[in-house]
Design a protein around this ligand. Structure first.
Ligand SMILES: [Zn+2]
Ligand SMILES: [Zn+2]
Length: 430
């Protein structure tokens, strides 16, 4: 018994060789057997295809547990406090969302709370449930399929690292107005963020589904270096299994099977147009209102950047300018251009366009920084007529721009860029 426990502690995981279709360029790749610490990338577009981190069950579990404990502490310990002209105020982590709720910005308050705390906590609990069951019970837990489905659905909306940058930017903004003291809750939150990232960075959806339901093998021989669709198969978006295009539903995870995202370009363009409409009030209306000694100052996003620049906070001004002005515009323009090139059957720069799409998808969430900064300033600077900050209408519009552009990027199917590719042409050239 003791020997088997000792052996199971040191048992190395292996991931068997398998066929895999790239989710970004549809190339069919024969992935060799992976040892712990290995990862495989697509030879055509560079997308990560499969990975097996060291201690693949233990590591996410340990980091997730530490992260959850730190989140609990961050909620109960003082987060930030300020002192200005003898008046003091403090805030807890929860108040970053709840004060917005009291100010009648209820939807914004819910979005902030979901992104910075509730969804990350759900993801961590699901990691503990799934990975803990496999590590210590050696069999799938009762609701393994539902847990795995929800874990990978919620992950893109967890923005703990963006919230942390929002807190740091707020600290620099406040430092010029009042004395700030950092509570233990803040340090717990920093550790929570680091542990959260460490826990989720090595999760692999396909590997987890292989553990839960066993690997799905293709029914007929496959030829690598050729598009998957040309061979009548497509990767499942829910679990990564290679499925026949004849199927309507994945037999392993229940996800609907579509060789390409249905009406990908039309949906993406519609969401981008909605983002453009929302972008106007987000920039023209005030994002926050500052009340100092009875007089109110309204500041827009750009006004805030100019103010920070004039105060000499150049790095923070640059961060806000890039995150709130450059990123949303660049993201909307890039997606419009990608849709246009796909619609006009452009055959150039396929690899470059796929990289641009990947970058667009990665940076989109960082625009939430300014929304989080407003949430923190509103919760912390509440000293009546002496100095108080209230949210402005643009905060809601701006959060909507970020959410809508993230949805637009999710709707765009990057495999459309590569459709019509001939056998091995790109592999041989690049
Ligand atoms: Zn690829
Ligand atoms: Zn599936």
């Amino acid at each position: 018994m003791a020997l088997s426990i000792a052996l199971s502690l040191f048992r190395k995981h292996r991931r068997a060789a398998h066929y895999c279709a790239c989710h970004e360029c549809d190339l069919l790749v024969a992935v060799p057997s992976l040892q712990e610490g290995d990862q495989a990338s697509c030879p055509r577009c560079g997308n990560l295809l499969a990975l097996l981190p060291k201690y693949p069950l233990q590591r996410p579990l340990v980091y997730a547990l530490t992260s959850l404990i730190m989140l609990l502490c961050a909620n109960f310990l003082p987060f930030l406090a300020i002192n200005a002209k003898g008046l003091a105020n403090s805030m807890t982590l929860f108040q970053a969302a709840s004060v917005l709720f009291d100010e009648d910005y209820r939807i914004l308050s819910v979005i902030v709370y979901l992104c910075m705390q509730l969804l990350p906590a759900c993801c961590l609990l699901l990691v503990c449930y799934l990975y803990g069951s496999y590590r210590y019970l050696h069999h799938p837990p009762r609701f393994a399929e539902q847990a795995c489905r929800w874990l990978f659905r919620l992950l893109p909306w967890s923005m703990v690292e963006v919230f942390l940058v929002g807190v740091l930017v707020s600290l620099i903004k406040i430092a010029s107005l009042a004395d700030v003291s950092i509570g233990n809750g803040f340090w717990c939150f920093v550790v929570f963020c680091l542990m959260f990232i460490k826990s989720v960075v090595h999760l692999d959806k396909t590997w987890m589904w292989d553990l839960i339901k066993g690997p799905l093998r293709p029914q007929h021989p496959m030829q690598e270096g050729v598009g998957a669709l040309a061979q009548g198969v497509t990767p499942c978006h829910g679990c990564g299994a290679l499925l026949s295009v004849q199927l309507h539903q994945c037999p392993r995870c229940g996800h609907a099977v579509h060789p390409r995202t249905p009406e990908s370009i039309q949906r993406c363009v519609a969401l981008l147009l909605a983002a453009c409409v929302l972008y106007l009030p987000a920039n023209l209306l005030p994002i926050m209102v500052t009340e100092t000694l009875g007089s109110e100052t309204y500041s827009t996003i750009l006004g805030g950047v100019v103010l920070l620049w004039n105060m000499g906070s150049y790095p923070v001004a640059m961060v806000i300018f890039v995150a709130s002005v450059v990123v949303p515009i660049a993201k909307i323009l890039s997606l419009f251009w990608l849709c246009y090139t796909v619609g006009s059957h452009d055959n150039h720069h396929k690899r470059g366009r796929t990289r641009l799409y990947r970058l667009t998808e990665f940076v989109g969430r960082w625009s939430m920084v300014d929304v989080f900064v407003v949430a923190i300033l509103v919760a912390l600077i509440r000293m009546g007529k002496l100095m108080s900050i209230y949210p402005g209408a643009a905060a809601m519009a701006f959060a909507a721009v970020v959410v809508v552009t993230m949805l637009a990027a999710m709707q765009f199917d990057p495999r459309l860029i590569w459709d019509g590719e001939h056998l091995n042409k790109d592999l041989n050239r690049e």
